[in-house]
Design a protein around this ligand. Structure first.
Ligand code: NCD
Ligand code: ZN
Length: 440
């Protein structure tokens, strides 16, 4: 007898194949049957009228462990992910201490294994002197899920502002390099612009030129070495143009991600949000956001990265407001709203949030509704939109720039390796633990 059968849902693959209505059977944490699944299972789910997707993979989160448990930890951050339909998170290295050595990777791994309610992968932070660390990890067959290089300084102490050195990283290593694309030299040049107390001044001090220069550096290096590079959190229509030029030359070499806040907020929201809207890269124009949404719907953006960056509201309103916006609780609901409004297809949603991230980060068993794939599954049932309330949030930081926004209901059910973690926005089995992703 199978452990679980979900019956009669529209099955949306991560590979943009035509959707079909059918059943899906699960045993021992894997998908073992698709189509007509006869016979009763231990758990039967009636899913007619709902859409079953492979669990979303968020390639960019900051869960603040170790270092800032008051803002977030692996338990709270992954409850937010799971309840919102994200079943795998890739955690960034700008923790305290930063994840820059094998020992720190191991320490973070222990924290995640004990507490993560969804699957996880861990980034290594690139520094001026830890290339040898990465090469040793690669030699041992234990590379990090990816490497992160901050070409401009953001929250935390990591900064890699020497393109010459980056050249050696790309020449010598194999691992996917993800870049925070703001060029520190141009940030320095703009450092005295604008009023420090006004969040609009933040946008002037982190101008479009800095992002465009960094994307040009990153794509240039990728092409020179034929090395895969991923550009984090696009914010500008002009970045899309640079990436289109790169793709015309060598498709798939340089990929990109977009955040919910760069899709669904703009500098027009800063008046209302104040310092809550301060983020790196900054919120840009409404036109930029519209062009990013178009690019997403047209398949020109590879991955979802929430850049979930929880900070406490008190800190955000303090004298040196940190940059960052939380997004794990709300990202998928914002995107499903686009689907229900007819601006994005279910197939593209599944591709951008799971199929393509799984392929780009080479995650074994993820991103597909296929026989043998991991049974990380999310069931979406369209329903009436409701205004987002703070009580719905699982992130410890407990705020969202979208409070009050009309959103579709949270997923009806979320399974991690076949175990029901969350239903209708609530955690129903807090004993569920995710595993570290394996890469090919
Ligand atoms: C991130 C954070 O707070 O960790 N902040 C942000 O504004 N995006 C750091 C980052 O990814 O740049
Ligand atoms: Zn980030």
């Amino acid at each position: 007898m199978l452990d679980l059968v979900i019956r009669g849902a529209t099955l949306v693959d991560g590979d943009e194949r035509a959707t079909v209505v059918g059943d899906l059977g699960v045993e021992a944490g894997r998908i073992v049957a698709i189509g007509q699944v006869p016979g009763a299972a231990r758990v039967e789910v009636v899913a007619e009228g709902a859409f079953l997707l492979p669990g979303a993979i968020d390639v960019h989160v900051h869960l603040r462990s170790p270092g800032h448990p008051a803002k977030e930890d692996f338990a709270t951050g992954t409850r937010a992910a799971g309840a919102g339909g994200i079943t795998t998170v890739l955690d960034m290295p700008n923790t305290e201490p930063p994840t820059t050595s094998p020992l720190r990777l191991l320490e973070k791994r222990r924290l995640a294994q004990a507490a993560a309610r969804v699957h996880f992968g861990l980034y290594l932070g690139a520094t001026a002197d830890n290339l040898d660390t990465l090469l040793a990890l690669e030699d041992r067959g234990q590379p990090p899920v990816a490497v992160k290089a901050y070409l401009g300084a953001s929250t935390g102490s990591l900064l890699f502002d020497d393109p010459g050195r980056l050249d050696r990283w790309l020449a010598d290593s194999q691992t996917l390099l993800c870049v925070h694309a703001e060029d520190q030299r141009l940030l320095d040049r703009a450092a005295d612009r604008g009023d420090v107390m006004d969040v609009r001044g933040h946008g002037l001090r982190r101008p479009p030129e800095a992002a465009l220069a960094a994307v040009a550096i990153a794509t240039g290096l990728a092409h020179r070495h034929g090395h895969p590079v991923h550009v984090c959190h696009l914010s500008l229509a002009r970045e899309l143009e640079l990436l289109a030029t790169s793709a015309a030359e060598r498709p798939g070499l340089v990929t990109c991600e977009v955040t919910p806040h760069h899709l669904f907020l703009s500098d027009l929201d800063l008046e209302a949000l104040g310092p809550l809207g301060k983020v790196n890269p900054p919120l840009r124009t409404a036109e930029d956001a519209a062009r990013l949404r178009e690019a997403l719907a047209a398949g020109r953006i590879d991955c979802l990265g929430t850049d979930h960056a929880p900070h406490l509201v008190a800190d955000k309103h303090g004298p040196h407001a940190p940059s960052g916006i939380p997004g794990l609780d709300t990202a998928m609901r914002l995107l499903v709203a686009e689907v229900l409004a007819g601006r994005l297809s279910w197939a593209r949603l599944a591709a951008v949030t799971s199929g393509r991230p799984a392929r780009r980060f080479q995650l074994v068993g993820k991103g597909a509704l296929q026989l043998g794939a991991d049974a990380d599954l999310v069931l979406w049932r369209p329903g009436p939109a409701q205004a987002l309330e703070a009580t719905e949030l699982h992130s410890r930081c407990a705020w969202s720039p979208w409070l009050g926004r009309l959103l579709p209901p949270p997923p009806e059910a979320v399974w991690i390796a076949g175990r029901l973690l969350a239903a209708r926005g609530r955690i129903v089995d807090d004993g569920v633990r995710g595993l570290e992703v394996r890469t090919r």
